[in-house]
Design a protein around this ligand. Structure first.
Ligand SMILES: [Zn+2]
Length: 625
């Protein structure tokens, strides 16, 4: 590419550049995947080394001034809109890495970027090393599920050790009748990595502030928003305000229900501590909605759920799926599937769905190859940890597991259907990072549809389809607490924005955290906690934690365009595929949203979603009503 003589064209400059992107991405995707799934620890270590190599190669290109100058010199006068948009995005990314600055500035930026990477990994490491342990009396475990108590036997001193790890801590916050235990654990949980991370986070803020100002931005939040849908920092502040206005009536109504529940044991109560929210919500769900989350599991055996989700996606996106047999892979349970459109393969995906020692322990979709029209089919994988069916156990899934499966499948279809581009760099989910959770959160909503569930959710013993009445109760119970959930997410978004929007010297981490929680949620923060010290997303997402809520607003607006009496009816499914998913990263996501909705997203759909718990008619009638 750099050796080209004469005028720079799409063919002689963009084509080789994009080929480098394609190869680098493939190397990174594959190494990253093997690091997470390969059964052999040595192999995983090799993968980590290769991943570092691949990202070093990517960084080297991103900081190469000659590459930037070559791309900037391309004659785009006859190029199509997607190609123009691609080049414009790449040039923006180059400028955001400072490639057009003088040598001294670039040297300083390089140093600051290294520093920020180190500080961020120190911040993360302090959190993962920051596990705390508290002692509990056996009597304090009253209310916990039997299997939890089985796993937590008292030691020789008669005390039970409870750690701040999620599988240990969340059942306590949800079920423990002992207020004292929940309070003690919450104090431990919200002081993880404190005070260690105080200095680390403060220097990370300083480093990032200097990067932003060297590049001409007034703060890190503005800089970080520049290549996203949000574009400017102050738009984050506006969004937080709008979410607050939209959610406050609902969260107040929920708060009164929680307070009424609390008054049953504490008649004089006027406020609710942060740490009581989960426990009281569970009590309300049981007493007001008569729903026990165990009751739906017999209808969700893994194999039927998998087939049901494939069938649903096939109906929705007008494609079919065909399993490929005897494909070699890192584990015999991994399945390979082709996505067929009009008789032709348009992509391939892998399903690695069950836990294994040494495997990544959450759920995710990861790209495996970027689709390039006429050159390479898009490929993706779901890496999940759902219960595996065995000879005497059908692998019954929780409601939340099934929802997660839909969520990840939404990411997967986005990558495949959006992966039919001319260029690797705008293929699939290579786009503004604050849009990618919208298609996944949209598909999550499909689990609430009795029409969708009726197709596959049958009792594994009797074959009886899931009763519509049970679906309705499950939906209403899972809807309870959405107002408080939104408010909580909004407070976290505000913390993430507020600490990055000003000069680090003026940031008081404790004050920002307490103020945002007090202003945006109705719950009282526990004194002497420092949750920012273990809020890992302050490293990775930095000022962009708003992403999930932002995409939730978009996802709910998308979902309301479908006919809720028959999700597959009308032109919404095909229009959604064509207008939202197929463009991949070939245009701004703000335009994708406008093209589908006919306007920018609004808060109305989110308000409807939050209000479902109080809505006896459950779903709205049809699109736009
Ligand atoms: Zn996701």
């Amino acid at each position: 590419m750099l050796a080209v003589k004469g005028p720079r064209t799409v063919e002689n400059t963009l084509a080789p550049y994009d080929e480098a992107v394609r190869q680098n991405n493939s190397a990174g995707y594959f190494a990253g995947l093997m690091e997470q799934v390969h059964p052999d620890a040595t192999f995983r270590d090799h993968a980590t080394t290769m991943l570092t190599k691949a990202s070093a190669a990517q960084t080297a290109i991103a900081l190469n001034h000659d590459v930037y100058a070559a791309l900037a010199a391309i004659d785009l006068s006859h190029a199509d809109a997607a190609t123009k948009y691609y080049v414009q995005r790449q040039l923006l990314e180059f400028r955001l890495s400072g490639v057009d600055k003088d040598d001294a500035t670039r040297a300083r930026l390089k140093k600051l970027n290294q520093q920020s990477t180190e500080e961020q990994s120190m911040f993360d490491r302090n959190i993962s090393d920051g596990k705390k342990v508290i002692d509990a009396d056996p009597s304090e475990l009253d209310g916990l599920p039997k299997d939890y108590i089985e796993r937590h036997k008292p030691g020789p001193d008669g005390k039970i050790k409870i750690t701040t790890d999620y599988p240990d801590a969340f059942p306590i916050f949800t079920f423990a009748k002992s207020d004292a235990l929940r309070r003690r654990l919450s104090l431990a949980f919200n002081t993880r990595a404190y005070p260690k991370n105080q200095e680390v986070l403060t220097s990370l803020l300083k480093t990032r502030y200097e990067i932003a100002t060297l590049l001409g931005f007034s703060n890190w939040a503005d800089y970080n928003a520049a290549d996203k849908m949000m574009q400017k920092g102050h738009n984050i502040a506006d969004f937080i305000q709008q979410v607050n206005d939209a959610s406050l009536p609902l969260s107040k109504r929920e708060f009164q229900m929680l307070l009424a529940e609390k008054k049953k044991t504490d008649p004089g109560a006027t406020e609710i501590w942060d740490y009581e929210r989960t426990y009281l919500s569970e009590l309300v769900r049981r007493s007001q909605y008569d729903f026990d989350s165990q009751s739906v599991r017999p209808y969700f055996p893994f194999m039927e759920v998998k087939q049901g989700i494939l069938d649903t996606a096939a109906d929705l996106f007008h494609v079919s799926f065909q399993q490929e047999q005897n494909v070699p892979s890192w584990d015999p349970t991994v399945e390979t599937w082709l996505v067929i459109d009009h008789g032709k393969p348009i992509g391939r995906f892998y399903l690695d769905m069950h836990p294994r020692p040494g495997k990544f322990s959450h759920a995710e979709m990861a790209p495996v190859l970027d689709g390039v029209r006429g050159k390479q089919l898009p490929e993706a994988i779901l890496v999940c940890n759902f219960p595996a069916p065995t000879a005497d156990d059908p692998g019954l899934m929780d409601y939340g597991d099934v929802q997660t499966f839909f969520h990840e499948f939404g990411h997967l279809m986005h990558h495949i259907l959006g992966g039919q581009q001319q260029w690797a760099g705008i293929s699939g989910i290579s786009m503004e990072s604050d849009f990618v959770e919208a298609p996944s959160q949209m598909l999550e909503e499909w689990i609430a549809s009795p029409q969708v569930l009726a197709k596959f959710a049958r009792n594994y013993k009797t074959g009886e389809p899931i009763p519509a009445e049970l679906v309705a109760r499950a939906n209403r119970a899972s809807a309870f607490g959405r107002g408080a959930w939104v408010a909580r997410q909004n407070a976290l978004s505000a913390i993430s924005y507020d600490i990055y929007k000003t000069k680090p010297e003026n940031v008081d981490l404790d004050k920002v955290t307490v103020d945002d929680n007090r202003n945006l949620t109705l719950f009282t923060p526990l004194p002497d906690t420092h949750m920012w010290a273990s809020f890992g997303h302050l490293g990775g997402y930095s000022s962009a934690y708003y992403t999930y809520l932002w995409d939730k607003v978009i996802a709910e607006d998308f979902f309301l365009q479908f006919d809720h009496n028959n999700l597959l009816a009308g032109d919404a499914p095909m229009r959604y595929r064509r207008v939202v998913l197929e463009p991949g990263g070939s245009m701004s996501a703000n335009d994708l949203v406008k093209n589908f909705l006919g306007r920018p997203q609004s808060m109305t759909a989110l308000q409807h979603w939050m209000g479902e718990e109080f809505d006896s008619t459950s779903a709205p009638k049809a699109a736009g009503q």
